[in-house]
Design a binder for this molecule. Structure first.
Ligand code: DX5
Ligand code: ZN
Length: 237
């Protein structure tokens, strides 16, 4: 029996960093994950792209299942029609799931459906349910979903690739989402993803976001462990 739910564990870790692993050495995934664990990172971010919602394809449920780690698996679904597919990602061991309402006719139903699903890692742990929004999507889409949401992910780049440049209008969007969740009296976690580097982590963290996703700035093929430590310290400044 788990002592804490995934949502409680996540809240207790914030502000924190979720590290994207698609630019890691996937043939040495075990040691790449061990490296993150050594630095105190608590979340591993897995970008799922389906070649339909996104121009490229990345990984699916078998990969998520193969990620053996005590870190919380933060699964960002950039896929079309998640309603029919989300159960497979939960069965593969996702702890946190975000999906895009832009790729989905029934986002409210997807969230309701997830409420009744069981965390495959530990049934007592529960799932963290989130939606992710592209930089060009009006924030109003969130309003009718707030009652069912644990987390909002704001993408600061368009979905598709790591290593893109952070979109400055994200700062305004962070403030507006915060206002919206405060007005609704909902404690919803806010995650920002895309274009976050050593140079701008602290600036983004100072907006008060809860979770910063960073991929290529950590797994840069050179100094991943040092980069991860730098990011973990930068979100506390
Ligand atoms: C964008 C993805 C991001 C991205 C992060 O499609 O959702 O998670 O890969 O990578 P960096 O940190 O390199 O922008
Ligand atoms: Zn992502």
């Amino acid at each position: 029996m788990a002592e804490q739910t995934a949502l409680k564990l996540l809240r207790a870790s914030c502000p924190t960093v979720s590290v994207g692993i698609l630019t890691a050495d996937l043939l040495a995934l075990g040691s790449e994950l061990a490296l993150l664990e050594r630095t105190g990172v608590k979340l591993v971010h897995i970008d799922v792209m389906d070649g339909c919602f996104c121009p490229v394809m990345t990984v699916g449920p078998p990969f998520i299942k193969a990620v053996k780690t005590p870190l919380l698996k933060d699964v960002h679904l950039m896929i079309a029609d998640p309603l029919e597919k989300i159960a497979d990602y939960v069965a593969a061991g996702a702890d946190i799931i975000t999906f895009h309402p832009e790729g989905c006719a029934h986002p409210h139903r997807v969230l309701q459906q997830m409420r009744n699903m069981t965390n495959a890692n530990d049934p007592a742990r529960g799932l963290v349910r989130g939606v992710a929004l592209n930089p060009g999507t009006p924030l109003e889409v969130l309003k009718p979903l707030l009652d069912e949401l644990d987390l909002v992910l704001l993408l600061a780049v368009n979905p598709g690739w790591g290593g893109q440049k952070f979109t400055p209008s994200t700062f305004d969007r962070i403030a507006r989402v915060r206002q919206m969740t405060a007005d609704a009296r909902r404690e919803i976690l806010l995650m920002v993803d895309g274009g976050i580097t050593r140079a701008n982590t602290t600036e983004v963290a100072r907006t008060g976001v809860d979770i910063i996703v960073t991929g290529s700035a950590v797994f840069d093929g050179k100094a991943a462990e040092e980069n991860a430590r730098f990011m973990m310290e930068a979100v506390e400044l």
